[in-house]
Ligand binder design. Structure first.
Ligand code: FHN
Length: 439
């Protein structure tokens, strides 16, 4: 064989092999979700609404979860918070009652945020709530047991980014200040540590809903060894849904795609606007802080929060709404009041949200649509429109009513259907029209 051809073949093979190796570390190549995972995805999409909880020792400083970085607090200083963390009013049953009253079906809580502090009893580190605080109890175990009692699914938010662990090295875009860590470290030792804690979360807390990763964006080109981590989780908890807030298209092994502070494909963080075919979720705060921030009074109104939930559902996505608990373990009244109001609206209108999927027409100027069981729900969100034009749905509309059965007059035309909503029946948050199509 011509030596040039021989060398070329070797180079092509080596390049292909290198790509496979690289790609393999960008996810669990060849991952096929098992039946339990597919069922979990269906459940997730039906559930629609969950509570995000950002809770850690940072709440003591009442300036949000990035305080260690933003105030450039050296590790030795930050660790002085630990003896002060004693959330004696933490009541996981109360949290679950609040969640269910709000019409939520799952909780996603920080097991470890970027500060590296574990809110659970870890054996691979003593940098955790059991070993280093006067409270000394595993709040995630307490919450997992309460969720089991109340029928609430529990997901864990886990930060891959770590501002505390010495082997998170080379440091990334945000952990780059030397806050008492050596300018050296073994990256794969850190990944082993991270996998060790994930193994604990997938072993000691019962059947989990999933893992919500965050922080890859701190080192976007690093070898995060995702395939190994994702396989570990799916081997221990096959039904667990893995998602990662890397703001890129999902990698193999991921079971849902999340967006932050924006509807699918429209959030300000996504580098790629691609919306995958995976179950979708968007997350948002009630004020403008994820972790507890005493001074942040920019509370969103109930109308804005309900319409965010409705628009998410209209975009075939779940809504994960955040609270940042206080140092004593309680949730501030402004959050609880809004969650209760959302639950009240959902008790009357929830059939147009739960168990639905995105509607048959794209979002309109007047609102969005959802659909389930042969019904299409028109969510009229604009205050001004009592007469709306509905594009052709492919089948003639047989009937149109409000959820309370009130008839809605409509006229079918070649270009679509004109709907006339009785003005006195408007819902100030979202007027839902149920239409049944000629099958
Ligand atoms: O840096 C985190 C932030 O603290 C928070 O956890 C949000 C929640 O989606 N995610 C990252 C910012 O994109």
């Amino acid at each position: 064989m011509n030596p040039f051809v021989k060398i070329s073949k070797i180079i092509i093979f080596m390049t292909f092999f290198a790509y496979i190796l690289y790609a393999a570390e960008q996810g669990d190549i060849g991952y096929k979700p098992v039946k339990a995972n597919i069922e979990a995805r269906e459940w997730f999409q039906d559930a629609k609404f969950g509570l995000f909880v950002h809770w850690g020792v940072y709440c003591l400083l009442t300036k949000g979860e990035w305080v260690m970085y933003r105030d450039v607090i050296p590790i030795a200083e930050y660790e002085k918070l630990l003896p002060k963390f004693n959330p004696v009013k933490f009541d996981p049953d109360e949290w679950c009652r609040m969640v269910k009253d709000a019409g939520m079906h799952y909780i996603t809580i920080t097991s470890k945020h970027h500060d590296g502090f574990a809110m659970f009893d870890s054996k691979v580190s003593d940098y955790d709530i059991v070993d280093r605080t006067p409270y000394g109890k595993d709040v995630l175990k307490m919450l997992a047991d309460a969720c089991e009692r109340h029928g609430v699914k529990l997901f864990f938010y886990h930060s891959q980014l770590d501002w505390h662990h010495p082997d998170y090295y080379p440091r990334g875009g945000t952990g780059n200040y030397a806050s008492g860590r050596p300018d050296s470290g073994d990256w794969y030792k850190y990944l082993d540590y991270m996998d060790g804690q994930l193994k604990e979360l997938c072993t000691n807390y019962g059947k989990i809903g999933g893992i919500w990763f965050d922080g890859m964006w701190d080192k976007p080109t690093a070898d995060w060894r995702l395939g190994k981590t994702y396989r570990l989780i799916h081997q221990l908890q096959p039904q667990a849904m893995i998602g990662s807030n890397h703001h890129r298209a999902p990698f193999p092994g991921e079971d849902f795609q999340m967006f932050e502070k924006g509807l699918p494909g429209k959030d300000p963080f996504s580098k790629e606007k691609a919306i995958s075919a995976l179950p979708l979720e968007t997350c948002e705060t009630i004020n403008n802080s994820w972790g507890y921030n005493e001074k942040d009074k920019r509370f969103k109104g109930v109308k804005e929060l309900i319409q965010y939930l409705v628009r998410a559902a209209g975009n075939n996505a779940n809504f994960l709404l955040n609270v940042g608990p206080r140092p004593d373990g309680t949730i501030q009244p402004e959050f609880k009041k809004r969650l209760a109001e959302m639950g009240k609206w959902l008790r009357t209108n929830g059939e147009s949200i739960y168990g639905t999927r995105g509607g048959p027409i794209p979002p309109q100027s007047w609102g969005v649509t959802t659909q389930k069981d042969g019904m299409v729900f028109l969510h009229v969100l604009s205050d001004t429109d009592n007469v709306i034009a509905v594009p052709v749905l492919g089948k003639d509309i047989k009937s149109a009513t409000l959820l309370n059965g009130t008839i809605v007059e409509f006229t079918n035309t070649k270009l679509g259907t004109i709907m006339r909503i009785p003005a006195k029946e408007r819902d100030s948050y979202d007027t839902v029209i149920v239409i049944r199509l000629d099958v």
